[in-house]
Design a binder for this molecule. Structure first.
Ligand SMILES: [Fe+2]
Ligand SMILES: [Fe+2]
Length: 468
């Protein structure tokens, strides 16, 4: 016992160093941490300081041990007190950080209201199959979903105990009205898109629910406009950063309760944002936004394709910069581009942007992203992509490069970025300090794209022809 007692200073120092090393191993094994480290100057500095602190502790612990063995002493008192005091943060901070970032204090699953989701499969009538999806905090069996049109209805019953409740509606007819009902909840009505070359869809990104700086009231106004039958949206794509910290399930809870206005009746899909998937946020993103079984044709749940008649959406996983653009994703992406007929519309959606105006902040250029431009846009040019929409930059901008239209609209109620200090040569129109959504209507070979403010007033409109 006494021999342990006399080694307390070096035991504490080495334990602290070990905690820091273990924390770093865990943190960098999480999805998105490399991007966070590379792009976010604040976290980059914190990580480096903490790593240096860990190395100092390791050195001090070993030095103290060496002195004691070499000199055969019980230690130097002031040195032992110093080691114990500076080791305390290393004993406390890593477990606390792990608990918070690993979601230990957050419920594993939450109850989410039913969402109407687009699947990656096309039904017999040429429009995407759709799904009604919700989650429950506890696994239950026997949930039912009844759906149909004015003439027919079908009830589906789950026979397994699960927390993820996915009901696929196959072979929906275009331009038709349907209803669905989960258990004995209220009936919801929705309309399907047409396949006659007309398609109207809303795009939004960056709501950042959970951030005290977000204007959820503005987000809710825009959700109301997306859901309004008079506005006639066929689909809704949300391009990431739905929540501020994806590892906190309470933020997802707040987001889905609010989003439900639109996502319960407008066929919806998501792209992952860097805030959504941060640390253990990846699991929550997959659980709530990309359940298994939604895209049977893609191996990953982070990127996928939606086909609506002659309009094709390729949704990429770009979170911080190009870190998530893996070889597997690149191969899948090029294969899809090859597969889409030349006369059809090809629309790329992702959280991360390519061309954009912006600022230099914390050591990172938040504008024209050389990594995404160099690694991905050559494919846009080669395969005549028509339109590229993204978020991540918290402002609103329309750009043109090589005849391709780029829209950045990361302004769904989040804190706006400071005004640009760098203007992209591709920029056509830009505004900051403005919440907005994108309203896009395709009619034949023409596309009309409008940025709208929370009152649904047009901020800027551009009409362009399909790339040929
Ligand atoms: Fe964001
Ligand atoms: Fe982002």
């Amino acid at each position: 016992m006494n021999s342990i007692k006399k080694h307390i200073p070096e035991i504490i120092a080495l334990t602290g160093a070990l905690f820091i090393i273990a924390f770093f191993i865990w943190a960098f094994s999480q999805h998105g941490t490399i991007g966070l480290f590379r792009v976010n100057g604040f976290f980059n500095t914190v990580f480096i300081i903490f790593a240096i602190f860990g190395l100092i502790l390791l050195g001090l612990g070993l030095l103290y041990l060496w002195i004691k063995i070499r000199k055969n002493t019980t230690g130097v008192k002031w040195f032992s007190v110093l080691i114990i005091v500076i080791s305390i943060p290393a004993i406390i901070i890593p477990p606390v950080a792990f608990s918070v970032l690993g979601g230990i204090f957050s419920p594993e699953y939450i109850d989410t209201p039913p969402q109407l989701l687009l699947t990656g499969d096309t039904g017999g009538y040429g429009i995407p199959d759709m799904a009604v999806y919700f989650t429950t905090a506890d696994a239950v069996s026997g949930s039912t979903m009844t759906w149909g049109d004015a003439n027919n209805s079908l009830t589906m019953t789950e026979d397994v105990k699960t927390r993820e409740h996915l009901f696929i509606m196959n072979d929906l007819k275009p331009d038709a009205r349907y209803h669905y009902r989960v258990n004995d909840e209220q009936i919801a009505y929705f309309s399907t898109p047409s396949i006659d070359g007309q398609l109207r869809f809303a795009i939004a990104s960056d709501a950042h629910y959970g951030s005290p700086n977000s204007r959820n009231d503005l987000t809710e106004k825009m959700l109301y406009e997306i859901a309004a039958p008079d506005n006639g949206f066929d689909m809704f794509f949300f391009l990431g950063d739905l929540v501020e910290y994806g590892f906190n399930n309470n933020e997802w809870d707040e987001a889905f309760r609010s989003l439900n206005t639109a996502t319960s009746i407008i066929p919806t899909r998501y792209a992952p944002g860097n805030h959504d998937t941060l640390f253990c946020g990846l699991d929550s993103y997959l659980n709530y936004c990309a359940p298994e079984g939604l895209d049977t044709k893609t191996e990953s749940r982070l990127w996928y394709r939606i086909d609506a008649g002659n309009v094709h959406f390729l949704v990429l996983d770009l979170e911080w910069s190009a870190e998530a653009y893996t070889k597997a994703q690149a191969e899948w992406f090029e294969q899809q581009l090859k597969d889409i007929p030349e006369d059809d519309w090809t629309i790329i959606l992702s959280h991360g942007f390519y061309y954009a105006s912006g600022i230099y902040a914390f050591g990172w250029e938040w504008y024209d992203n050389a990594e995404t431009i160099n690694s991905i846009t050559p494919l846009f040019n080669e395969y005549n992509v028509d339109l590229v929409c993204s978020g991540h930059a918290h402002n609103v901008e329309l750009l043109k490069e090589n005849g391709i239209t780029y829209a950045v609209c990361g302004a769904f109620g989040c804190l706006p970025d400071p005004g640009r200090t760098y203007t992209s040569p591709a920029s056509i129109w830009y505004t900051d300090n403005q919440s907005a959504l994108l309203d896009i209507a395709i009619a034949g070979d023409q596309c009309s794209l409008t940025f709208r403010d929370p009152d649904f007033e047009a901020l800027y409109t551009i009409t362009f022809d399909k790339n040929k």
